[in-house]
Structure formats: structure tokens, C-alpha cells
Design a protein around this ligand. Sequence first.
Ligand SMILES: Cc1cc2nc3c(=O)[nH]c(=O)nc-3n(C[C@H](O)[C@H](O)[C@H](O)COP(=O)(O)OP(=O)(O)OC[C@H]3O[C@@H](n4cnc5c(N)ncnc54)[C@H](O)[C@@H]3O)c2cc1C
Length: 403
Amino acid sequence: MQQDYDLIIAGGGLAGNCLALALKDTGLRMAIVEANTCEQLYASPAGDRALALAAGTVIVLDTLGIWKGISHAATAIKHIHISDRGHFGKTRLSAEKEHVEALGYVISARDIEAHVANLVRDAHIELICPARVVGLMSGENEVCASLKQGDESLNVSAKLFIGADGGSSSVRKLLDITQHTTEYGQTALVTTVRSTLPNKNTAFERFTASGPLALLPVAKNQCAVVWTRTNEDAEALMSGGEANFLTELQQCFGFRLGELSLSAPIRAFPLSLIRAEKMVAGRAVIIGNAVHQLHPVAGQGFNLGLRDVVQLAEMLIKQHERNKDIGAADFLKEYAVSRKQDHDWTIGFTDAVVKIFSNEWLTLAVARNAGLAFLDHVPAAKSFLTRHAMGLAGHMPRLGSNR
Ligand SMILES: Cc1cc2nc3c(=O)[nH]c(=O)nc-3n(C[C@H](O)[C@H](O)[C@H](O)COP(=O)(O)OP(=O)(O)OC[C@H]3O[C@@H](n4cnc5c(N)ncnc54)[C@H](O)[C@@H]3O)c2cc1C
């Protein structure tokens, strides 16, 4: 059976679903193709990871009508404390000094993903699920996709095909887009801890010889932990039992929050940087983790993906209003050009943080400590860094006045 849409989005994760919500009132005929059922996605251990949302991201989520349904489940970050274990350098960022309510918010990935999926369902956006994209053919006037739904095969066509199917994107492979992968040899260990002292809405980022450790506030006396270790260390910590994990964690973080105890299972996420060589091929474009899967050290992955979503949605709305082809090559090229600088900056920044702060060479240790001390004493530099981290430094595209 041949079905026709204006656009098809492969992947009903955060990027794909947010894009569909941004376009829901445009009259564009669209469908989301998602490989897993809601129940499978909700039960996935990956949902246990905490996401730090930049202040700019929260503004966008609010505009999309998403934030009001999840704000109660999010914890404000009022202070950020960055330190280098065993060295003098440290810096503190504060919402009060930036004259903002919060520097960002922390929320469990499961809470935001489930809420966004519910909004998609309530908006009656067509969902083809569970189904996988297994073939793609881009022609002059349309793009045709083959889907596998159980044992059934389904062919669909659209003016534009959007790959939002994550770091292992099938769409990226089907479009023959080359990917560049940097293996960091690191794994993120993710859990939640209770602390005997309150965190006072402080996010801690501690750089250590064995890798960065982040404690993000999720309640008065509870923090989400993202601890990056070498693959070998992570394996040893995972197999060494919870008591041993906790002892090592406490030793690494210190007693700034008193005594820590585990309040969630420990999950392991192998880390690599994946960057697609290009964002567009024929009548298809890839967004979110399908284009850039980042190390979580700087908490930028979804924040960057949402900026793809907003820019693409804004451009699609204008193109559609002008009655122009939403899959036209020059239009998609314009989109790709508009996103390149933000990708380069955010990916370069994250990669540099991983490399500089995972290194014990004396010169690098001295330089990064001097950098942290410099930041702590030069308000303008600190404010510049803070506003970039908050996603308020000018590269956050905004949805127009149509909502
Ligand atoms: C430990 C950890 C901590 C993180 N912390 C942060 C943070 O603090 N801040 C932040 O901004 N980001 C963070 N991130 C990154 C963030 O989680 C991701 O950037 C974001 O979830 C990616 O969303 P996405 O929709 O692009 O991809 P995904 O969430 O991977 O969604 C892709 C969807 O596509 C579906 N799919 C896959 N293949 C197919 C197919 N062939 N056909 C149809 N559907 C398909 C999948 O089932 C999935 O639902 C973190 C990541 C990790 C691992």
C-alpha cells in the first residue's frame, strides 16, 4: 500500500517527537515511525539517565507546551560548582549573579520522554509503531521509505524524510552518510544517591584523574550521578558490588554533601563521539543524535538536538506558508548551513572538555587549573561561559510568532 505524507519522521525519541509537536498546527501531513512501543521505551534502563536542561532549552520546551507538564518533576540548578580533584582550581557559577531564576534544570529522561510521547498521542499525530525504517530511496519529487512492521512490509512516501533515530541511526546508514566516530574508551556510570547534607540546588562537576564526575540535584538530599570512567574501571566498578562502588564514589567526590548512599540501580553507558559528515542527502535530513552523539560531560546532547528541531521547524513553517517545496535541495542546504556553526562549537567544546579534563599531563593540569582560577576571578569571562552553558548565548533559534 502506498501512503503519502508531507513529511515522515523516523524516530519517536525526544528530537523526533518535539519536531512533530512543533509542527502539529501547520496542516502538514506527517507521520512518526518508531521502532519501539511506548511500554518498551518506558521500561528501558536508558530512561534512568538524568538530563540537565539548559535555560534556553526550557524556554523552547515552554513554547512548545511541554514544560508546564513536566516542570513539577524538574529540579532547578541555582549554582554550579566546578573543581579539579587534587588541584587548586575551582569555579562557581550562580543564577543570582546572572539575574536568572535558574542556570538550568535536571529531569529524568524517562519523565520528559514519556510526557512528550503522551503529547504526541493527544495531538493525534499519526504514529506507525512498532515499525522500523529498512529502506530509503530519494527521488526528484518524493522520498520513498520501506518499513518493517512485524512480518509485514509497508511502503510510504513523502516530500521530506527526517531521520531522528538516534546515535545508531539506520537512516544515516541508508542515506550513505559517512560517520566519524571518536572512541573515548570511557563509560558513563549513572545512578542516584542520597546525601546526609542538602545540595542547595547545586550541580557539582568534579574533574578527576580517573574521569569527570557530575552530581546533579534532583531533590533536597538527592543527586543524579554521571561518573565517567575508563571502560576497564567501569567494568570493575560494575562487577565489584554496590558497597565498593559507593566507597569509591565517596572517595572521589569527598564529603561536601556528607555521606552518600545509593538510591537507584547503577547503569552503564559506553561513550563515543559520533558526528555525521553531512546533515542532508536528497530529500532527507537527519537531526538530533542521528547527526551528533556527544559525550555527556557537558550535558549538551539533547540541548543541541532541540536547537536542530527549532531551526528546522521554523524554516519548515515558513516554507510551507509560502507554498514552497519542503524537500527542495536549496532549502535543505540552507538548513544545514544554519546549523553548522552551533554543531561545530558545541561538539568542539564538549570534545575539548573530555580531552583536557581527562588528562594528567602536568602542563594541561596547570593550564586547566589556571583557567578555572581565571574564571573564578574574572566576572565577564565567567558570565560568558555561563550564558553559553545556559544556551542563551545567541545560537538558540526561537520558534516564531505562530503559536
Ligand atoms: C548518560 C547520559 C547522560 C546524558 N546527559 C545529558 C544531559 O545532561 N543533557 C543533555 O542535553 N543531553 C544529555 N544526554 C544526551 C541525550 O540523552 C540525547 O542527546 C537525546 O536523548 C537524544 O535524543 P534523540 O531523539 O536524538 O535520539 P534517541 O533518544 O536515541 O531516539 C531515537 C528514537 O529512534 C528510534 N529508532 C531507532 N532506530 C529506528 C528505526 N530504524 N526506525 C524507526 N525508529 C527508530 C528509537 O527507538 C528511539 O526512540 C545524555 C546521554 C547519556 C547517555
